[in-house]
Design a protein. Structure first.
Length: 716
């Protein structure tokens, strides 16, 4: 057995287009030789010494397949595999340490994959490692490694000897087994994890024959923020440890005091309650109400789980779990506490092959059964019901959507349409989103109904089959509400020549981290004006992906190298809700409110005044929305004119009053009540003297004891 030894060096991962990828690959890897569609000659190995590639970097770029066979490569050689390239490695003689950067498909023919020197192996999350051979191949890593896909095509198996592997797309067993050597009890040794986030959940693709994963693995299920709602879950594995060890991250609270809250792994797990004291593995709660249920198909009733410290996870077993967020949620101040998204983790052995869930079905006509997806893959439920069931209603099923109502609700999925549709559908969901409901997700359970043809003699049957798995990894609304990404673009332009000189971007999502990581773009400085985000007072960034700011939080910049006096700041806000966003000019001590959409802010720089040209002159501030511009009760007539106003007088026209007098008030955007004289002209019109107001944006509020209405007023 030949061993491919890789000494891996960390590098940035870039989402370049294929047209630009070649040149960027060369830049990242500092290519000495480029192998592409036109040039496919490895430099001379100079006999058996490998001198031609010693201390060199060979880059493979383009869209092609290359066979690296019977080559001798020199000491300290580096191989860069570009996106769109499939590199087949077979019978390679390496003379020393090597480095491999893989963005494409690395196909190891009878070679094994080993790292040494305690360096982590870092591949693109879209890249693939493929093992092809006739002798057993091994994976031997010193540290945790992230990959997109793993493919096994070796009748004598591939074995994980050492290391942890995070898979973000899929594992495919074409031929042979994947042996993990995981005991199922020590989570962080020889661990393969199927990762899950707000967009994708990694899958085990259709498995043919007797191939399987031998040994325990871990699966993740990301649950997005929507509201405090029940989620209909199932397991895709059989666990050796309890529900508490898995979904509660191995802990439970035994006192009703948040100071004693146990949260060993922030962002993971959830609270599962069932009594006041925290007995039987449950988390103690103020009410003792259960939050984890199973469905009794025979009686047609929910049943609270008796314990979480003894109950194991079983593939296809369905549950209803009230998700309050991760274990950082304070459930001891309010019974309705809810914080947001979390990820549940489960450890055990995946099931493959046909899975018969007939014993979980209600045998009574028109009875309901809650069935769970037993696979770590999306399943075409339309094909499953129509081709692999009997005495069940095959044209629809019921899914629980956390996005409906206050705490979730059922949607009915119509399998008889093409594409599949469901009702009620959220206004933000497209036909593409709806057709995804043809596929039930890993770890999802759904209700199905027994047909009238069922009886004791002809009971309903349901068998999940490998052939009904799909390759898709994208989650639907059940687990992933379409992510709202807020964005603020700031661009600096010189007024004298209308020349854009520099700019930065913020992107906001609850799934981003405030710590600077590989998803943030480092600032590359310009020779003239320079504009940079200053993150955590230490990092200079061009693009920062971060969580939505806390109220009162300030986002800071470095702006300098001014070459003239007059500038315009172009600020574009997209999908920033729940905040009033201000540009703070620290020199002029001025707060400028920013609207969703485009904002143009002119300013001047005087280099003789330090505060005027200071690099931290500007910052963004976020304040709570103090007054809504939405109506509590709709009116047919409510208008201000002239608006914008520069004449000192504004008229407010509204619906004719009945018996109750309405009050008119004017507020600044910070919520300060302004002194404005008003005079009622008629029972449907008020005259306002706004001559005392300075230029800016204000809110005019009309209210009585039962309703109010607010409109923006611009003073020029």
């Amino acid at each position: 057995m030949r061993i491919l030894v890789l000494a891996i060096v960390l590098m940035a991962l870039h989402p370049f287009s294929s047209d630009l990828y070649a040149q960027n690959l060369q830049a990242d890897c500092e290519c000495d030789f480029v192998i592409d569609n036109e040039n496919q000659n490895i430099p001379s190995s100079q006999g058996n010494s490998g001198k031609g590639t010693e201390d060199k970097t060979v880059c493979f770029t383009g869209n092609f397949e290359y066979n690296l066979v019977n080559e001798v490569l020199g000491k300290n050689v580096s191989l860069c595999v570009g996106e769109g390239v499939k590199l087949n490695i077979d019978r390679i003689d390496f003379k020393g340490d090597k480095t491999i950067h893989n963005f494409g498909i690395l196909n190891l023919l009878d070679n094994s994959l080993t790292t040494k020197n305690n360096r982590p192996l870092v591949f693109s999350k879209q890249g693939e490692i493929a093992f092809t051979g006739i002798e057993r191949q091994v994976i031997d890593f010193m540290n945790r490694t992230e990959i997109g896909s793993l493919s096994i095509n070796n009748q004598n198996d591939v074995e994980l000897i050492q290391g942890n592997l995070d898979v973000f797309r899929n594992i495919e067993l074409l031929n042979g087994n994947l042996i993990t050597n995981h005991s199922g009890t020590t989570p962080e040794e020889n661990l393969i994890t199927f990762k899950s986030d707000s967009v994708n959940t990694a899958i085990l693709r259709e498995v043919a024959g007797s191939n399987r994963i031998i040994g325990a693995i871990r699966v993740e299920r990301y649950l997005s923020k929507s509201n405090r709602a029940f989620r209909y879950l199932s397991s895709s594995l059989n666990s050796a440890a309890s529900i508490q060890d898995n979904w509660q991250e191995g802990v439970n609270n035994t006192v009703n005091n948040y100071n004693s809250n146990k949260n060993p792994n922030p962002g993971y797990g959830t609270h599962i309650t069932g009594n006041l004291q925290g007995n039987n593995g449950f988390d103690a709660s103020l009410t003792g109400n259960p939050s984890l249920f199973s469905w009794n198909s025979s009686s047609g009733n929910w049943e609270a789980i008796a314990n979480t410290d003894q109950t194991l996870l079983k593939a296809g077993k369905a549950y209803s779990l009230l998700v309050r967020g991760d274990r950082s949620t304070n459930i001891y101040t309010s019974n309705s506490a809810y914080e947001g998204s979390t990820t549940l983790r489960s450890l055990g052995e995946l099931v493959v092959g046909n899975v018969d869930l007939s014993d979980q079905l209600n045998k009574t006509p028109a009875g309901f059964s809650l069935v769970g997806n037993p696979y770590q893959a999306q399943v075409d439920i339309k094909k499953t019901l129509q081709k692999s069931s009997s005495h069940l209603k095959r044209n629809f099923y019921y899914a629980w959507s956390p996005a409906l109502q206050t705490r979730g609700g059922y949607v009915t999925v119509d399998l008889d349409t093409n594409p599949v549709e469901y009702i009620p559908a959220g206004k933000d969901f497209t036909s593409t989103t709806q057709k995804n409901f043809r596929f039930i997700q890993p770890n999802q359970s759904v209700f199905i109904e027994t047909a009238n043809s069922a009886s004791e003699q002809t009971p309903p049957t349901l068998i999940f089959k490998e052939e009904f798995k799909t390759k898709n990894t994208v989650s639907n609304q059940v687990f992933s509400i379409p992510e709202q990404i807020g964005k603020i673009d700031l661009t600096l332009a010189r007024k004298q020549d209308n020349q854009v000189v520099d700019g930065v971007r913020f992107k906001f999502s609850e799934n981003y981290a405030n710590e600077v990581n590989q998803y943030d773009a480092t600032k590359v400085w310009n020779n003239e004006e320079a504009f940079s985000i200053v993150s955590n007072n230490a990092n200079y960034l061009a693009i920062e992906k971060r969580q939505y700011p806390d109220v009162g939080e300030q986002l800071k910049f470095w702006i300098g190298n001014y070459t003239t006096q007059e500038y315009t700041m172009l600020i574009e806000l997209s999908d920033i809700e729940g905040y009033e966003v201000f540009l703070k000019d620290n020199y002029l001590d001025r707060m400028i409110i920013l609207e969703n959409g485009g904002n143009n802010i002119d300013f001047t720089v005087d280099k003789s005044i330090a505060e005027s040209s200071s690099s931290d002159r500007f910052e963004l501030r976020f304040e709570p929305v103090t007054l809504s511009t939405q109506n509590s009760v709709e009116s047919e007539v409510f208008e201000l004119y002239p608006n914008p106003s520069s004449r000192g007088l504004v008229y407010l026209r509204h619906d004719p009053m009945t018996s109750e007098e309405s009050a008119v008030e004017v507020f600044s955007m910070l919520g300060q009540k302004m002194k404005v004289a008003s005079e009622r002209v008629s029972n449907s019109e008020v005259k306002l003297n706004v001559s005392s107001l300075s230029t800016g944006l204000y809110l005019v509020k009309l209210s009585n004891s039962t309703q109010s209405r607010t409109k923006k007023l611009i003073i020029k």
